[in-house]
Design a binder for this molecule. Sequence first.
Ligand SMILES: CC(C)(COP(=O)(O)OP(=O)(O)OC[C@H]1O[C@@H](n2cnc3c(N)ncnc32)[C@H](O)[C@@H]1OP(=O)(O)O)[C@@H](O)C(=O)NCCC(=O)NCCS
Length: 167
Amino acid sequence: MLVVQRLDGRIHDREGFDCGEPSLNRYLHALAAQHHRAGVATTHVLVEHETPSRILGYYTLAAAHLSLSELASADRHRLPRHPVPVARLARLAVAMSEQGHGLGEALLQDVVKRCLGLRAELGIHALLVDALHARAAAFYCRYGFRETAANAMTLYLPLGDGAQRAL
Ligand SMILES: CC(C)(COP(=O)(O)OP(=O)(O)OC[C@H]1O[C@@H](n2cnc3c(N)ncnc32)[C@H](O)[C@@H]1OP(=O)(O)O)[C@@H](O)C(=O)NCCC(=O)NCCS
C-alpha cells in the first residue's frame, strides 16, 4: 500500500533517491530536512508502507503570495486588492524507475487534498508552482493549472471549484 509520510531522515533513504533532475535530487538529499526544521518548507515522501526507507517520490510545500495582477482577470473576481495568499508547490519529483506509472498524479492529488484541508484553517486561495521546464508545465496544465501573467512557467491552480480536475 502506498502512503505519504512527512520526511524523516531516520526512516527515509534520501541519498538513494534519483528522479533524473540533479537540482531536485540535491534538494531532497541536502536541504529538505533542514528547511522542514526551520519552518520554511515541509517535505512529504511517497513510500510503500512495507518498505518505507525507499522514497518513490516527494513534494515540498511552502507558504507564498501572488500579486493580484498575476491572476487571469476571470480569477480576480471578488478578491481584495492585496497580494493573494497561496501555497507554493516548491518541488515535485518521482524516482526515475517509477515514472510513468501514475505516481506523479497521485502525489499531486495528495498536494491538492492537503491544501484544501489547510484552506479550511487558513486563507489559501490557490496552489502555485514554478515549472522547471516546458515538459513539467505540460504535466501541470493537464490538471487545470493556468499561466500567471508574468511567466508562462509559473502556474497556479485556484483551490475552489478549479481544484476538482486535480482530484
Ligand atoms: C513530472 C513527473 C513528476 C511526473 O510524474 P510521473 O509519475 O512520471 O507521471 P504520471 O505517471 O503520474 O503521469 C500522469 C499523467 O501525466 C502525463 N505526463 C507525465 N509526465 C508528463 C510530462 N512531462 N508532460 C506532460 N504530461 C506528462 C502522463 O502521460 C499521464 O497521463 P496519462 O494518464 O493520460 O497517460 C515525473 O516525471 C518527474 O519527477 N520528473 C522529473 C522531475 C520533474 O521534472 N519534476 C517537475 C518539477 S516542476
